[in-house]
Ligand binder design. Structure first.
Ligand code: ADE
Length: 229
């Protein structure tokens, strides 16, 4: 997969995307990642990317022209189709199902919104979809882009070492993951549940299933409703 990110803060990305699984995905050749500074696509000597809103109001609006130019330049480098995603609080709320769909794309381009807003023509004419990572406002789309990239790249086949680690994790089948324990079996007087050290695989499986259901019911009853619907 190829991912391009267009941002006015390109330096924000390396600490997250050049580490751990995402770094490994790039080394393995599963991911080609390119970060673009929006200011490189301006024509004026001040590299201006924002201006005051028409009609008045506070704050600055990210302009359509540099984004148009950046997208055109990035798309020239991409063979085939690409999907353009705008990160903004007005977008569709992101979830694991969405991550799965995006992990099947060949080329993704992320535009990070900023300041008080972004020219509406980016939404209307340039973005294929808008994503929000939750009902809160970040200072910009950069962190949101990193969240989305992290969550989808780990779903690309071959990126995670252990296939099974994807099978049982939270949100699979709209359930939260069951409790996990590791050695020692007892620490202070905190014991690992007996069934897990019993070696009885069928019992362990059904214990985990029950725990998953209980935990989901207690913490995320909305997910159980989805299973019914
Ligand atoms: N930019 C600012 N807040 C955001 C959010 N919640 N999701 C995506 N992009 C954003």
């Amino acid at each position: 997969m190829r991912i391009d990110i267009i941002s006015i803060f390109p330096k924000m990305f390396s600490a997250v995307l050049d580490e751990s699984i995402i770094k490994r995905a790039q080394i393995k050749g599963k991911l080609n990642l390119f970060i673009h500074d929006l200011r490189d696509y301006t024509l004026d000597k001040h590299h201006k990317v924002d201006d005051r809103p028409f009609g008045g109001g506070s704050g600055m609006v990210l302009q359509v022209e540099p984004i148009y130019r950046a997208l055109a330049a990035v798309k020239k480098k991409i063979k085939g189709k690409s999907r353009v995603i705008l990160l903004c609080p007005q977008g569709k709320k992101y979830n694991q199902g969405h991550a799965k769909k995006l992990s099947k794309c060949t080329n993704l381009i992320f535009i990070c919104g900023h300041y008080e807003g972004i020219d509406e023509r980016v939404r209307l004419h340039l973005a294929d979809e808008e994503i929000s990572i939750g009902d809160y406002v970040l200072t910009g789309g950069e962190l949101a882009a990193m969240v989305v990239v992290d969550s989808l790249v780990r779903l690309i086949p071959g990126v995670l070492g252990d296939k099974n680690s994807l099978n049982f994790e939270s949100f699979e089948g709209n359930l939260l993951e069951y409790p996990q324990y590791s050695r020692p079996a007892q620490f202070k007087n905190w014991r690992v549940p007996e069934v897990l050290v019993s070696g009885a695989h069928h019992k362990i499986e059904s214990w985990r299933r029950v725990q998953s259901l209980k935990r989901t019911g207690a913490r995320r009853p909305d997910l159980l409703q989805k299973n019914k619907g």
